[in-house]
Design a protein around this ligand. Structure first.
Ligand code: SF4
Length: 254
């Protein structure tokens, strides 16, 4: 019999990694948050898996779809939600990249059927799945990593900018409330980059934009952690220009 040589790859390099019928893979759960969905009280569900490898990722343990002992089970989250009617407004789904979860549309429908709202935090790595989910989502926090042509500089993943551009267009066209936000580190994004991002987003009609200063917590990129972070970054002039470009602009220090 002819032997077939199957290339041995690490589990997380398998091309079908983010597809296929599997139970939802959760990497964490926070029962109460007042800061992940503006104006709402919500629990936060962390989905495992992300197609990108951002230098500044503060949840690198959620980049793979591997299961770890103690990870929450989706069925338990749904059962717990039953006890929180009238106490919580909804569920924030984040990651990782939550759209890496093939069963996400079904999960969102389950949450909605229980009478809770849904907020989705995403970088937009899976436009098709996002399209499926948007009708079930009440608010989106959309990460804009860089000028779209420069995404791989941050994500280390080819094609990531095209996926993000397409996803942002879907969010805008959906009419769902959303915020765009960008993590800023001077070693990755210059003031000119921030202005370029702002220009594209303002032209697209984005109303809420936030720049959030890089947080070292959880980041495992030694080079980035060692890189100097000038107190004058982003420059006051950059922040003024962004304030003038959006109806709502926020600079988050951490
Ligand atoms: S998209 Fe988010 S979860 Fe994925 S690597 Fe980047 S920062 Fe980490």
């Amino acid at each position: 019999m002819q032997q077939i040589n199957v290339p041995v790859v690490a589990v997380d390099e398998r091309p079908d990694l983010h597809e296929g019928p599997r139970v939802p893979k959760l990497g964490g759960f926070v029962p109460f948050s007042s800061c992940d969905w503006p104006g709402k009280l919500a629990c936060v569900v962390f989905i495992s898996g992300c197609p990108w490898r951002c230098h500044y990722c503060h949840n690198p343990h959620l980049q793979t779809r591997s299961k770890a002992a103690g990870d929450p089970a989706w069925a338990d989250v749904l059962a717990w939600l039953e006890t929180r009617r009238g106490l919580l407004d909804g569920v924030v789904i984040c990651g990782g990249e939550p759209l890496a979860e093939p069963r996400l549309p079904e999960m969102l429908a389950q949450v909605k059927a229980q009478g809770f709202g849904v907020a989705l935090h995403t970088g937009g790595g899976y436009p098709n799945r996002l399209h499926e989910c948007l009708k079930l989502v009440d608010w989106v926090g959309f990460d804009v990593k860089a000028p779209f042509a420069d995404y791989p500089r941050i994500t280390r993943t080819k094609g990531s900018g095209d996926a993000a551009r397409q996803s942002l267009k879907l969010v805008i066209e959906s009419g769902v409330g959303f915020e765009c936000r960008t993590t800023a580190h001077p070693a990755l994004l210059s003031d000119a980059d921030l202005l370029a991002i702002g220009k594209v987003l303002a032209a697209a009609g984005v109303a809420h934009y936030a720049v959030q200063k890089f947080r070292p917590h959880g980041c495992s990129d030694a080079e980035l952690l060692a890189a100097p972070f000038s107190p004058g970054y982003p420059a006051a002039a950059t922040l003024d220009a962004l304030r003038n470009a959006f109806p709502n602009f926020t600079m988050r220090q951490s």
